[in-house]
Design a protein around this ligand. Structure first.
Ligand code: 5GP
Ligand code: ZN
Length: 135
């Protein structure tokens, strides 16, 4: 038996509310939703995170499913928008180490869910990081 909670969910060993399933993934309601309708898109195959060798095709399918579920949240829950969030590594907030994409409905005036405080690093620091990250 796998000790990965999402593998166990996919195998049907632990219950989940599946709002969608296809050959590549399931979409389940998050057990601790940030907003009503918060959904997780979970590939059926175990990948630790988005760097774990999944193909562009599978990644594209997961993203497409996230978009379909986001549109459904707008249509059926009357969400005003939605965030697509995907955490990689504990420092980034990943707690379940089986790749998943959060689709979180957003309502006008509701709580900020995915946000950050902009900084002003200056041109020199921006140029330094540009040199480190460019192709
Ligand atoms: P992460 O922090 O790894 O990006 O997100 C993990 C998510 O999985 C959390 O939002 C958490 O609420 C959700 N989660 C953890 N355990 C379960 C579970 O057993 N069932 C469901 N449906 N969601 C879970
Ligand atoms: Zn797994």
């Amino acid at each position: 038996m796998s000790d990965c909670i999402f593998c166990r969910m996919i195998a049907g060993e632990i219950p989940s509310l599946r709002i969608h399933e296809d050959e590549d993934c399931i979409a389940v309601l998050d057990i601790g939703p940030a907003e009503k309708g918060h959904t997780l898109i979970i590939p059926k195959r175990h990948y630790e995170d988005v760097t774990d060798g999944l193909s562009a095709e599978v990644l594209g399918k997961l993203m497409k499913t996230a978009a379909v579920i986001g549109a459904r949240q707008k249509e059926r829950l009357h969400a005003d928008g939605f965030n697509i969030v995907q955490n990689n590594g504990e420092a980034a907030g990943q707690t379940v180490h089986h790749l998943h994409i959060h689709v979180i409905p957003r309502f006008q005036g509701g709580p900020v869910i995915a946000g950050w405080n902009p900084t002003d690093p200056g041109q020199e620091a921006l140029r330094e990081v540009y040199e480190l990250l460019k192709d």
